[in-house]
Design a protein around this ligand. Sequence first.
Ligand code: F6R
Length: 596
Amino acid sequence: MCGIVGYIGNEQAAPILLEGLSKLEYRGYDSAGVAVCDGNSVAIEKAVGKLLNLSDKISGGDALKGTKGIGHTRWATHGKPTKANAHPHFSERFIIVHNGIIENEEALRHHYLKDTEFLSDTDTEVIAHLLQKFTDSGETTPVAIQHIISELEGSYALAIIDKNEPDLLYAVKNKSPLLIGHGDDFNMIGSDAMAMISKTSQFYEINDKEYAILSCKGVEIYTGYGQKIERDTYKAELDVSDTEKGTYPHYMLKEIEEQPAVIRRILKEYSKNTGELEIDTKIIEDIRACDKIYIVACGTSYHAGIVGKQLIEHIANVPTEACIASEFVYNMPLLSKKPMFIFISQSGETADCRAVLVKVKEMGFKTLTITNVNGSTLSREADHTLLLYAGPEIAVASTKAYTAQIAVLALLASQIKNTININLNYELSKVSNVIEALCTDRDKYSLLARDYLTGARNCFYIGRALDYYVCLEASLKLKEISYIQTEGFAAGELKHGTIALIENNTPVISIISQENINLNTRSNIKEVKSRGAHVLTISTKSLSSQKDNIIVNDVHEMLTPLVMVVPAQYLAYYAALQKGCDIDKPRNLAKSVTVE
Ligand code: F6R
């Protein structure tokens, strides 16, 4: 979703802003803009569509002179993706960029800004005019910022230029992600560390309802009531090269093929010197003390969560429920007496998850976040964190984070209580090798995608038990990047309605890795075949039959989702490639979903 960058220092700001915005492109956006300040004059440029359009317009930044500026990539929420709605927005004195949604903007317009003329349909412009209004009435800029913090309801990360303060830049945060980057003679604002990592690896956290005042030399952080806060910087363990595509044509392909290394890294990071796996005992104690685990997540992370439920119940014997965050928050089930909550989120910033986290913390329950981003909001606000160690995931379609989440959940389950005596070190190493072997078959997946998917209008994934959970993830992957309407079904449910949709040549992809229901799924395959379906089967070696299209080497039966998903990720990738889709940035989607 929207990305924010700000810079104040001695170098030309515009190229730095463009570079920062390019690192935030992965979040998804439909327009971009910058404001650069040269003394008291501020130039604003915006463009709809790709960042390149903006960059071309300002000659890669050369056309805008000045050493202070703010930039934005916008993912439309209020108003269409037009130039008028693109950020920055401004009033006479203030120029701002904003990520988030102001829920009481109508009331604020009505109360304070009845006579104001607006140039856009955005809630952001309201903030620029409020700052103007409050400073016009005699407030200093910091006091006006405190005033807006007390007035605004909703989520906001803001970077603000005050034309009357050429040597300062302001940042404000509530619920939306925002970090301050710190350098020797410059300071920066960014939606995440990646936007600033080529300039600095030192960051200040900024919490909800706090604001910061940046100059070239320093950063001052204040509460929403104006009390100064002493806070140290922290160092982000991010390698700039992790964010590059290298020789890969797309981040998604790179990230699919990083999966074996990610599994090995998880084993390494969670190993003691003795080689034994371990997880912080405080986490394990809290989980052992609870009577039920609630896993809360969205999208692909939810799909990892439902696999996690199976793993925790089967390996550790603890009752577990997996819940969709956006449903859970407003429709909470009857909770057990002593629940513990596990949030799964690649970005650690997903607003739907955060809404649940805030609620269950108020209720006094213990929380754990499993995330890829150290220092992310969900990580900071939960009692405990387990990291995925997957490296930055840039492609919007999640691949390596899904497998990392399942691997960490398996590890967690086995540390709570290993009732089935699974040797995870051995089994996950094997998984890593099997995925590596799968990654050598690109041509095959490309041909299968061409034969089964590229010209298809719709598609069905079918499977049972853990295979069904993989079907849900596989279908999300295919639909989100190739736009082929795809559904994942429990194979046994087909006959209760969905089979009516099967026509001549409808692609049906079946997944078979579970011994106890293998024959049942095979029967379902016969049922759809006899109604004309074009069936592609992905099976494990021990359960395969001669005509199956993709045969995957065997791994522990509880860990099959880690390997069965990989061919499905490739099929989605190649179908999208052959259809000419924008693989890493599918339409309408954002990587980091920071609004509810
Ligand atoms: C799909 C995908 C999304 C995310 C979801 C949650 O490929 O990436 O469904 O899984 O938006 O995001 P995180 O994991 O960052 O909370």
